[in-house]
Structures are given as C-alpha cells and as structure tokens.
Design a protein around this ligand. Structure first.
Ligand SMILES: Cc1cc2nc3c(=O)[nH]c(=O)nc-3n(C[C@H](O)[C@H](O)[C@H](O)COP(=O)(O)OP(=O)(O)OC[C@H]3O[C@@H](n4cnc5c(N)ncnc54)[C@H](O)[C@@H]3O)c2cc1C
Length: 423
C-alpha cells in the first residue's frame, strides 16, 4: 500500500470530473488537486459512450442556463482554434399536431433560436416520409408529421475532444491524475479519532478522511464525487443517498449509400448537414456523425428498461431490429434496413425526480451527478457550480455571465422545475 495525500481528490475523469477539477485548481492554485479514475485514461466512462448532441432546448430555467452557457464556452473555445468537433447542425423535432413538445418549443422560441418548419419544407426531402400508411400508424402507434421545429443553437460535438480539452486545461493548471485506480466504496471516519474499536460513534463528528484502491491509501481534505452512475455504490456505505438511478442507453451506427444521401442533402442549416433529429414518437432519435459518414440511432426507452447496472453493457441487436428499426423505417424508409456498422451502450445517471443534475455537499464530500442524459452539454457550467460549492460561494457565475444560486442544484434548498425535454 502506498500512502498519498492531496488537498482535493476528484473521483472520476469523465467530463464532469475534468471540468470540476480544472475550475477548482484554477481558482485555488495553492491546492493540490488529484483526479482518480479506474480507467486507463480520461473520458472512458459514459462521456465516451455519449451521442454528444448539444442543445439549449430545456423547459426548466436552470437547465437552459447550464446548457446555454456551456454551449457558448465550447463555441468560443472552438473559435479560438481548438477543435471540439462542434457543428451547429440544429435539433429537429418532427411532430404531430397533438405532440406535447409543441408548447415547450413555442415557449423556448421566445428565449433562444427556435424556428418552425412547415410540413411542405420537409416534403422536398424524398428520404423523409411525412404521411404514413394507416395500418402502420395503428400497428406501431405512430402519427403523421404535421410540423417541425428546429433549434438552431444546437448541434453535435465530439465528447473525446471536449474531454481532452479539459484534461489539457487541468494539467496546465497543475492537476494530477491517477488512472487504473478503482476506488473502493467509501467509509466514514471520526473527525477526532480516539482509536477505539467501532468508531465512528454517533456522538462523534463524521468525516471522510481517505479513500482506498487496491494499491493506494489516499488522504485528502475534500472529495468531489464525479463518478456518474457509479456514485451510488461508492456512497451507499456512508448512508448518504446519491439520488440517481442508472438507465441503459444504446447507440447503433448506420453507414452506407442511403445514409450518405441523408447526411448531405439537407439544406435548412448553414452546415448543410442533416440535423440531430427526434422522431415524433417512442423516443427514437438520429444523430448525424459526418466525421464517420454515419448516422447514430438512439432511443430513450423508459417502460420495461430496468435500472440494473452491469460492468460492460452491450448494445442489443434485437432491441434495434424489433423496436427501433420499425419506427425509424416508417419515417425514413431508405435506412430502415441499413446495416449496423457499429454499436455501443452506456448509462444515463437519471435524477428520476426532476431530471436535473444534483450538485450537493454532505460532510466534506461534494457530489456532482444526475446529469440525466445531458452532461456533455452542461459540463462547463457543472464544473463551475462544483467550484462555487467548494469555495462556499452563494452564487455561481456561469461563462456567459448568467448567475444561478449555487444551492439551487443541491438537496436542502433545491430550486429547480421538472425538466420536460429529456431525450
Ligand atoms: C448512449 C448515451 C447517449 C448520450 N447522449 C448525450 C447527448 O447527446 N448529449 C449529452 O450532453 N449527454 C449525453 N449523454 C450523457 C453524457 O454522456 C453524460 O451525462 C456524461 O458523460 C456524464 O459525465 P460524467 O463525467 O458525470 O460521467 P462519466 O463520463 O461516466 O465519468 C465517470 C467516471 O468515474 C469513473 N469511476 C466510476 N467509479 C469509479 C471508482 N469506483 N473508482 C475510480 N473511478 C471510478 C469512471 O471510470 C468514469 O470515467 C449520453 C449518454 C449515453 C450513455
């Protein structure tokens, strides 16, 4: 066992841990900050599994602020010459007249860039079927496309490039990294130890003094838990609730002739790339991946998708063939039968109550989790909130100048509305 110490330890070198470590070190250069991850390098957890779309289309004010500011930070970074693979291809919501998202998108049009497209604007794309045969509609519970909205401050980004950027920023500030180090579940200690068996007793003050891996005993003053869906197993022994549940999410990559045609024939955005598209029903979405000449297909299925968590989740061919392909093929017949050229699976860490991140402090532990499927697009702001909490600042100033109450994402004084646009 080797004995290491740092002022601040961050568990998790995903996008949230990287951004948090960077902002803590940047604002407290005198502190030793150490990031520990079980993977061999950064960004190997759900960050690397992400569809990595970005949007500021959120119904809750706080989610709007978190994403809108992070998008601005990423976009300015890219304008300054660092490629993050960011393309403003837009988020296209294909909708029927009854769709509840219409109201949300019309409200959002008052505060960000959202444009309505008529069905006639879509009918010129022959790969897109807006009117479905009635037997298809009744069998698959689908509807015609009656209208569409496109969010224009939205698009795609490369998560590994964003992670690499924060890693470089953090290393330049002097943050240290320890990879290939799986942290064992946390054990609380007594602040003033008496060295009696059975400590800590209820009448002692609790603290988390250290963590352990197979080879290291790491001592610290403060711990940041940025371990996403794995936060629960780390925290459970302490009696502190993580408040998140894992949900498996899968991506199926399609490539080939019809895919190329769809990718390149879109004319409604300045990039001339087919947008990130949400089909009218059943949570199926299409993420353009022009760098890979592919479309990535995902689905935010809910019922019957349990909350289990396994070490190496696999994408399920049958889930694609018997669930997604029918819906996809109804609206885009040319790719309904396209070959899958890649697939992977990861997890959303769902805050099942309000679908908004949890960033709270308990003892000397700061927990940042519950990104609910939108952690890449909010990570810059999340890192700033973690730093504000670390520094006991009542308010967090985000990159774009927006200000939020630091405690609003916490537990005791939580002040967020339920998020309705979770994809
Ligand atoms: C299929 C899919 C599609 C998605 N699509 C989008 C999208 O379009 N846009 C978007 O913004 N977000 C999307 N997300 C969500 C996004 O990927 C997450 O919100 C984000 O990656 C969370 O970052 P994180 O740093 O909290 O977690 P992670 O990247 O998972 O990082 C957590 C880290 O903690 C480490 N760790 C865990 N336990 C331990 C331990 N005991 N010891 C040491 N290290 C440990 C892990 O190795 C990991 O590196 C998607 C996710 C998935 C799975």
């Amino acid at each position: 066992m080797s004995y290491i110490s740092a002022d601040v330890v961050v568990i998790g070198a995903g996008i949230v841990g990287l951004s948090s470590a960077y902002y803590i070190k940047k604002n407290h250069p005198e502190k030793n900050v150490l990031v520990v991850d079980e993977a061999h390098t950064f960004g190997q957890g759900n960050t690397g599994k992400s569809a990595a779309g970005f949007r500021d289309l959120f119904t809750s004010d706080i989610n709007f602020k978190l994403s809108n500011s992070s998008i601005k930070f990423y976009s300015d970074t890219q304008k300054n010459g660092i490629d993050l693979g960011m393309e403003f291809v837009g988020y296209l919501f294909l909708l029927d007249n009854e769709n509840s998202n219409i109201k949300y998108l019309m409200d959002l049009a008052k505060k960000t860039q959202v444009r309505e497209l008529k069905v006639s604007d879509l009918e010129k794309y022959e790969f897109l079927q807006t009117k479905l045969p009635s037997e298809v509609k009744s069998m698959l519970n689908l509807s015609d496309i009656d209208l569409a909205f496109i969010g224009e401050n939205c698009g795609i980004i490369e998560p590994e490039l964003v992670a690499e950027h924060y890693y470089n920023l953090a290393v330049n500030e002097g943050v240290q990294f320890k990879f290939d180090s799986k942290v064992k579940p946390l054990k609380l200690d007594a602040k003033d130890k008496l060295d009696f068996p059975g400590e800590p007793f209820i009448w002692q003050e609790y603290i988390l003094r250290s963590i352990e891996t197979e080879t290291d005993h790491i001592r610290f003053d403060d711990l940041v838990l940025a371990s996403d869906v794995w936060t629960t197993e780390l925290l459970d022994p302490t009696g502190i609730d993580s408040h998140v549940r894992p949900k498996k999410r899968q991506i199926f990559q399609l490539s080939g002739g019809p895919v190329d045609k769809i990718l390149s024939s879109w004319k409604e955005n300045r990039e001339n790339i087919f947008p990130f598209t949400i089909l009218p029903a059943h949570g199926v979405y299409i993420r353009p991946a022009p760098r890979y000449h592919s479309l990535w297909i995902g689905c935010a299925d809910d019922y019957n998708r349990d909350f289990s968590l396994v070490d190496d989740p696999q994408a399920e061919d049958d889930f694609y063939s018997y669930n997604i392909a029918q819906v996809l093929g109804s609206y885009l017949p040319s790719i309904g039968d396209a070959k899958i050229t890649g697939k992977w699976a990861g997890y959303y860490s769902y805050n099942t109550i309000d679908m908004t991140p949890y960033i709270f402090r308990e003892l000397n532990i700061i927990v940042a989790t519950g990104t609910s499927g939108s952690g890449i697009m909010k990570a810059d702001s999340i890192g700033r909130v973690v730093e504000a909490l670390f520094s006991n600042k009542d308010e967090t100033e985000l990159y774009n100048g927006a200000v939020i109450k630091t405690s609003s994402l916490g537990l005791r004084n939580r002040s967020v509305q339920h998020e309705n646009l979770v994809l």
